[in-house]
Design a protein around this ligand. Structure first.
Ligand code: AMP
Length: 443
């Protein structure tokens, strides 16, 4: 046990029991190492592992007492970098453009000051747009937690389910709506979402919304909102289409906050390519699962059809498997995710719908059954493991047809991904392991 760490003189005395208990739990980690990772990744450092000056606290950020009480009761000891920077901006009423990815504490970075500003139940004053139903549900859940000591009401609106319950919630009166664009537009057209008192608009994961073809829907929603409002805009990347949108949607000179433009996967993820002949992909997957001590693994497939096929075969192999993709009904998706989180299913087979944002604790392995077509998705997919400082492994199966895609990923990361051969697996020939043929010079 590190003496200074626990008994840090005056410093230690001020930290309180929760911090010391957490510090004890973390003492196994070398302190420098933890602190270094915290800064490099700009991601969550759930506890402060070394003592270097006064801790940043939630107290000094202008949040309401009720909200501070809520974060304390959730065990957050200090704000993450994006929270530290974004909370004062949101509290000040300024527009904000943030580039931060999920896993950095982004939700609380906007939710905590929003709840603090709304204070108590009144009219619909805040609208939060999310690209997928899962993210919308996750954000609504977080808001519920953060506002538990207030009487603020929130609801979540997304497609694929009946309108009844959502209309009922709107009817009762809510302060915050979290929604996906399609269903929200539907309900706006039916004049069921009163936007006249709206003060805050949050556009979250805008690049993902663009990927999913939601841009026209988002524009329509923004047009329905009052012009005098505060807008918070989050996008991990800023392609020209999104940049144009920011100019239109944000006031001039918004505050710009860039956190953890993470091109490289978290250091806590070991990742490798597993070259294999196409006909042996599934056999290699089964062999990897057999040889790996995993607790929970997400397997990514490129298509919905592919995800279903892999899941069916794994079920034949007696693995408890859940499937998640956009053709599954909402209740099936919720059941899959809940079952995976609770440990009922040890394997979740998913398309990229699950790649971003989902905060599932304790995913020990990610397997890309198919190489992602988009280099950024590679980082997002493997970011599902190794979250919040725990170690994770990510394997990507690669066939001869994937060479170009892998090259793009390596270019994006700025370095090659190691190629690994699974010991004891009977490989058919694949040129991917063959040494490069030296070209003979012609005379
Ligand atoms: P997000 O990036 O919003 O998806 O958050 C990722 C995870 O970090 C969630 O499980 C949050 O509950 C957690 N989290 C957010 N802020 C903090 C904090 N200040 N300290 C510890 N955990 C946090």
């Amino acid at each position: 046990m590190d003496e200074e760490f626990v008994h840090g003189g005056e410093d230690g005395a001020f930290r309180g029991f929760a911090a010391i208990a957490q510090a004890d739990a973390e003492a196994a980690l070398p302190r420098r190492d933890t602190q270094a990772r915290f800064h490099e990744q700009d991601s969550i450092a759930p506890v402060r592992a070394s003592w270097q000056g006064p801790p940043m606290s939630f107290q000094g950020l202008g949040l309401s007492e009720d909200v501070i009480h809520a974060v304390q009761s959730m065990g957050y000891l200090e704000p993450t970098p994006i929270q530290e920077r974004a909370i004062p901006v949101v509290m000040s009423g300024k527009d904000l453009m943030g580039s931060a990815q999920t896993g950095t504490g982004k939700t609380a970075a906007f939710a905590l000051p929003i709840i603090s500003r709304l204070q108590k139940h009144g009219a619909l004053r805040c609208l939060i747009l999310e690209p997928t139903r899962e993210l919308a549900l996750q954000v609504e859940e977080a808001i519920k937690e953060y506002s538990r000591f207030t009487n603020i009401h929130q609801c979540v609106l997304y497609g694929g389910v009946g309108y009844g319950k959502q209309k009922e919630e709107l009817d009762k009166g809510v302060d915050i709506v979290v929604a996906t664009p399609g269903r929200l537009n539907d309900l706006i057209e039916q004049r069921l979402v009163p936007l006249d008192k709206l003060e805050l608009l949050v556009l979250d994961e805008v690049d993902r919304m663009l990927d999913m073809g939601f841009l026209p829907q988002v524009r329509k929603i923004v047009e329905s909102c009052p012009k005098e409002r505060q807008t918070l805009f989050f996008s991990a990347t800023l392609p020209p289409e999104i940049e144009r949108l920011t100019k239109w949607v944000l006031k001039e000179n918004p505050e710009i906050i860039e956190i953890g433009q993470r091109r490289s996967p978290a250091e806590t993820v070991n990742h490798a390519l597993y070259p294999v002949a196409r006909d042996q992909k599934f056999d290699l997957l089964v062999a990897l699962l057999q040889k790996t001590h995993f607790e929970s693994v997400i397997i990514f497939a490129r298509t919905k059809f592919g995800a279903d096929a892999i899941a069916a075969k794994l079920i034949e192999e007696k693995h408890p498997v859940a499937v998640m993709h956009s053709n599954r009904s909402q209740s099936e998706r919720v059941e899959a995710l809940e079952g995976f989180k609770s440990g009922k299913y040890e394997v979740l087979v998913a398309t990229d719908i699950a790649a971003r944002g989902l905060d599932v604790q304790g995913v020990t392995h990610v397997i890309n059954y198919d190489v992602p077509q988009n280099a950024e998705d590679y980082v997002h997919r493997i970011g599902r493991t190794g979250r919040a400082q725990s170690e994770g492994d990510a394997f990507t199966l690669m066939t001869g047809e994937d060479v170009d895609e892998v090259r793009k990923i390596e270019d994006y990361l700025g370095k090659p991904v190691p190629k690994v051969k699974l010991e004891g697996f009977e490989y058919l020939y694949t040129a991917l392991f063959a040494p490069p043929v030296k070209k003979k010079r012609r005379r």
